[in-house]
Design a protein around this ligand. Structure first.
Ligand code: CLF
Ligand code: SF4
Length: 513
């Protein structure tokens, strides 16, 4: 089989500086079923304007806009069995990483330094290392300072919800438009398996009383945030055997209570994290289990987030990259920022122009006219196959622009005759290891992508290409828009001979660029 990827004459060029490096999750997904839920219902124009530059609330925005976290909140008012306070809050970041604590003054200074160096940074979040609202003075002083010095930045807060009710007025007054609540249960009996204690109004609650209290406060927080017209994302940690079946009910409840987005995250658990779950041997879900729960929740009025990278409490950059080391406390405090608001505005305008070009190009791909113009080809005739999983290497910008050997994650799309749907990302050890370790890295990549029908990359060396082909995994080289590349790949793979080869897993001459 020969797969050719046609360049698109009107393809926009990604402006310099809009590209990031990829990183992030793990897994070995199974193809979602053909009747898996389609993307969420349409979003009204006002809400769209509120999320279009927020990389967590908009999957599209995460290709272009960055966020940063400032770690100003060390304390917590509850205990989760997947948390070790030595590390960051596992509700909004992965365990095992520790952030450098900052004072509010240091945090505001850091924000100005980062905003100057990363002009596409649009959101500042406080997500730990403990619970921001268990440290209200630090959290609010930090937000006040940022709002005064960099008013174009969106403020974002992540909390377990226990203390939202007493702070709702301050959250509103500060114009915090996005709040994440971590809700892992709506049944206190299940909560008892997750939360050993809750500290509230100078008293420590344990057992059922603790999880009843947390549940009641979380529900109240949802109501208050909705009333305050704040966009709410709910994070839920998927804990196999504890709340895996229950999360569908959580989803239904938060939907009724007006949450905008649901982010079901895998439990990350290992003995070396020193958590109750880690020490007890509680496992995290497989990627297939995670996808199954996400799909079971459906995509009604609450969208399902599938691009979360479980970032750290001092994360900086695009969601798929980790630039926190560039902005260590020592380096940041030695810098004197001079923020140029007009430069940041120009940067955003140029990103928006670029996004509009991409949208136009994608609309052409979707339209029959586009097909006639040679942008795409009629995909199928005759029998329509189900969705194929295609793995894409991208550094951002909506483009296939990552070399196979440098990819630290692959973005996975389910593609069928109707269109494509982002289903998640899979973290890998990158193949190019400077001459050592390539074999081990390759085995890991091959296993992680084993259920995919093809891999789409900007470049690939002869050796890994041959090895992938031998495994029946066609490789497509492209520098195109992801959407165009997906469509073209699907068209080729759906041709009868290719489809037969792909399904038998023994394509013999898979890829030519
Ligand atoms: Fe930070 Fe969270 Fe705001 Fe985003 S992260 S406080 S909503 S700005 Fe985003 Fe990171 Fe996932 Fe959180 S990828 S862990 S969802
Ligand atoms: Fe840890 Fe966050 Fe749970 Fe607090 S809310 S115990 S910091 S995971």
């Amino acid at each position: 089989m020969v797969i050719r990827n046609r360049p698109m004459s009107s393809l926009p060029v990604l402006p310099a500086g809009h590209q990031g490096t990829a990183k992030a999750s793990q897994g070995n997904c199974k193809c979602p079923s053909a009747d898996a839920p389609k993307p969420a219902t349409s979003i009204d124009a006002r809400t769209l304007a509120r999320i279009e530059k927020h990389p967590c609330y908009s999957e599209e925005a995460h290709h272009f806009y960055a966020r940063m976290h400032v770690a100003v909140a060390p304390a917590c008012n509850i205990q989760c069995n997947f948390c070790n306070r030595k590390y960051d809050c596992a509700n909004e970041s992965r365990p095992g990483v520790v952030s450098e604590l900052l004072t509010p003054q240091e945090a505001a200074h850091k924000v100005l330094v980062v905003a100057e160096r990363i002009p596409q940074m649009t959101v500042v979040g406080i997500a730990g290392p403990g619970d921001p609202l268990a440290n209200p003075e630090h959290t609010f002083e930090t937000f006040e300072r940022i709002a005064a010095q960099a008013p174009d930045l969106k403020l974002c807060l992540s909390s377990n919800g226990l203390a939202v009710p007493e702070h709702i007025e301050r959250i509103k007054a500060l114009n915090v438009d996005h709040v994440t609540l971590t809700i892992n249960m709506i049944d206190p009996d299940i909560g008892m398996e997750i939360y050993p204690w809750v500290h509230f109004e100078r008293r420590r609650y344990r057992g059922r009383e603790a999880s009843e209290l947390l549940h009641q406060r979380q529900m109240e927080s949802l109501d208050l945030l909705r009333k305050a017209d704040i966009l709410v994302k709910v994070n839920s940690v998927l804990i196999p055997g504890i709340n895996d079946k229950h999360l569908v009910e959580v989803n239904r409840t938060i939907r009724e209570k007006g949450a905008f987005l649901h982010n079901i995250m895998p439990l990350i658990s290992a003995p070396e994290h020193g958590t109750v779950f880690g020490l007890r041997g509680q496992r995290g879900p497989t990627q297939a289990e995670l996808t199954a729960v996400q799909d079971a929740c459906g995509e009604g009025s609450v969208k399902m987030m599938r691009h979360c990278r479980q970032c750290r409490a001092d994360a900086v950059g695009l969601l798929g990259e980790d630039r926190s080391q560039e902005f260590s406390k020592e380096k940041v405090l030695a810098s004197v920022p001079s923020l140029d608001a007009s430069k940041r505005l120009q940067e955003r305008e140029s990103i928006e122009l670029f996004r509009e070009q991409i949208r136009k190009a994608e609309r052409l791909v979707d339209s029959p006219d586009g097909i006639e113009d040679g942008i795409g080809e009629p995909i199928l005739s005759g029998d329509q196959p189900g969705p194929l999983l295609l793995a894409v290497a991208s550094k951002g910008g909506g483009l296939v622009n990552q070399h196979f050997g440098h990819a630290k994650e692959f973005q996975i799309y389910a593609v069928d005759a109707v269109g494509s749907r982002f289903v998640g990302h899979r973290k890998v050890d990158h193949y190019c290891q400077g001459g050592y370790g390539e074999e081990a890295a390759f085995s890991g990549i091959a296993e992680i992508l084993s259920d995919c029908a093809a891999v789409i990359v900007s470049r690939i060396g002869a050796s890994p290409r041959q090895k992938l082909e031998k495994l029946g995994l066609p490789v497509i080289e492209s520098n195109n828009l992801i959407k165009v590349a997906l469509r073209e790949a699907f068209g080729e793979l759906s041709k009868p001979q290719a489809a037969a080869e792909a399904s038998e897993g023994k394509a013999e001459d898979p890829v030519l660029a």
